[in-house]
Design a protein around this ligand. Structure first.
Ligand SMILES: *[C@@H]1O[C@H](CO)[C@@H](O)[C@H](O)[C@H]1NC(C)=O
Ligand SMILES: *[C@@H]1O[C@H](CO)[C@@H](O)[C@H](O)[C@H]1NC(C)=O
Ligand SMILES: [Cu+2]
Length: 406
């Protein structure tokens, strides 16, 4: 049976599950429909790469992405201890390499790791709630993975954080349990009230009260205990004063986290993921993924950023300065890549359509009103890495890219 056929029926079954109110009774138990969708997406991608390869070879051309070159990013907990340690050591290596960002651009940038933080920080207001958001972050994560591999000898791929898997206790997950194979533990428990999100200046909306986390203080366990954060914060959480030079100055301080099962459960459970993957078009996909502007419905994107919380994790601008950012955004990219693959039996518009809703423009939630984002738009990596265009990264099997997710 062709994967497309299997896919079609699995997708219809999953949609029927969602619309027929037979939703999973427990948001924390993996629904069968979800594993069907994930399997279908994978078969679809393998079919696509195979047939594309055959077509090109018949024309005497050499395909860039072939089945033997296709690599799979894996869930953090699915990596062996040795693999997790190799990843952690590569991140530490990047934090030890000299920055390429000139000191007059960002005196706070002290490492190659910081180069990526600067690139994100400088563009925050044009790469979130905008048409380039998914593609921009796809290339950002890919280039970080490339830096780990090419500059730090890492031989694996960027692992992802399967949000719902650990939703009831992220602090006990392989990512955050604080053992030597984790990305460091939670911050010390400070018994703080729930954090309050403050929208960036010039952007609409009021403050949003979030549920309390289980930490708030310095990370004291695992490989990133006592890690120094150099850049930011810019602002974003009430009561966290901004750093010098709009966050680009040197502001050394310890990494803080505020891991929150309440946030994770509320914003990124299995129901959320199933809902996300069954959205019929990109505008609806984005509204689930990033939430409804200026409401407490902040979607799994924001929900998981504030599941990490703390400093710089709770700062929209400087969040890539927490090493767990990359596993979160790898999962963001996984959701997009899987959703794209699930559209194939109905045509391939998911690889070209940037939508037309509020999140499809060049400004943050189309405020002030602006043009629709174009596929030809450049994705600027600043001093961190080479730039590209949105069109080049619309598929994880196009241009330089040749990966998918297990
Ligand atoms: C972190 O720093 C504190 C205080 O400087 C020190 O007591 C502790 O041993 C350090 N922990 C690690 C894991 O390096
Ligand atoms: C699970 O996620 C859905 C959609 O994001 C949300 O409406 C629901 O309240 C969440 N469940 C729990 C137990 O928080
Ligand atoms: Cu971002």
């Amino acid at each position: 049976m062709k994967a497309a056929t299997i896919l079609g029926s699995a997708l219809l079954a999953a949609v029927a599950t969602v619309h027929g109110s037979v939703l999973p009774r427990d948001d924390l138990a993996e629904p069968v429909a979800l594993s069907d969708l994930l399997e279908s997406a994978k078969s679809q991608v393998i079919d696509e790469v195979t047939s594309n390869e055959e077509t090109l070879r018949r024309r005497g051309q050499t395909p860039a992405c072939t089945l033997s070159k296709l690599v799979f990013r894996r869930e953090y907990g699915a990596l062996s201890r040795k693999e997790r340690l190799a990843y952690v050591n590569a991140v530490k290596c990047l934090q030890g390499l000299p920055a390429r960002t000139p000191a007059d651009v960002a005196p706070g940038a002290r490492s190659r790791f910081d180069d990526f933080v600067v690139t994100h920080l400088q563009q925050t207001l044009s790469i979130h709630y905008s048409g380039n958001f998914p593609a921009w972050h796809r290339w950002f994560v890919y280039q970080y993975e490339q830096a780990l591999r090419n500059e730090c000898g890492y031989t694996g791929y960027q692992p992802y954080w399967d949000w719902p898997k650990y939703a009831s206790a992220p602090q006990d997950s392989p990512l955050f349990n604080g053992d030597e194979y984790s990305l460091g533990g939670n911050g010390e428990f400070l018994d703080l009230p729930g954090p309050v999100i403050v929208p960036p200046p010039g952007v609409g909306g009021g403050n949003i009260q979030l549920p309390a986390g289980l930490g708030g203080g310095l990370v004291t366990t695992g490989p990133f205990a006592n890690m120094t954060v150099n850049l930011g914060p810019v602002g974003g959480l009430e009561g966290v004063p901004p750093g010098p030079l709009g966050g680009l100055g040197h502001n050394p301080r310890g990494l803080k986290r505020n891991l929150s099962p309440a946030m994770n459960t509320r914003y990124a459970n299995y129901t959320t993921v199933l809902k996300l993957l069954t959205r019929p078009n990109v505008d609806e996909f984005r509204l689930v993924s990033e939430g409804v502007p200026y409401t407490p419905e902040i979607g799994p994107h924001g929900g998981v950023h504030y599941t990490i919380g703390g400093d710089p994790g709770g700062d929209l601008f400087t969040s890539p300065g927490d090493p767990s950012f990359w596993a979160h955004h790898s999962q963001m990219d996984r959701m997009w890549a899987v959703w794209q693959a699930l559209g194939s039996p109905f045509g391939d518009t998911r690889y070209t359509d940037l939508g037309s809703g509020n999140y499809a423009h060049v400004t943050w939630a189309n405020e002030p009103p602006s043009a629709l984002t174009q596929l030809s738009e450049v994705i600027d990596m600043g001093y961190a890495a080479p730039s590209t265009t949105i069109a080049d990264v619309m598929s994880t099997r196009s241009g330089e890219l040749c990966y998918f997710y297990l």
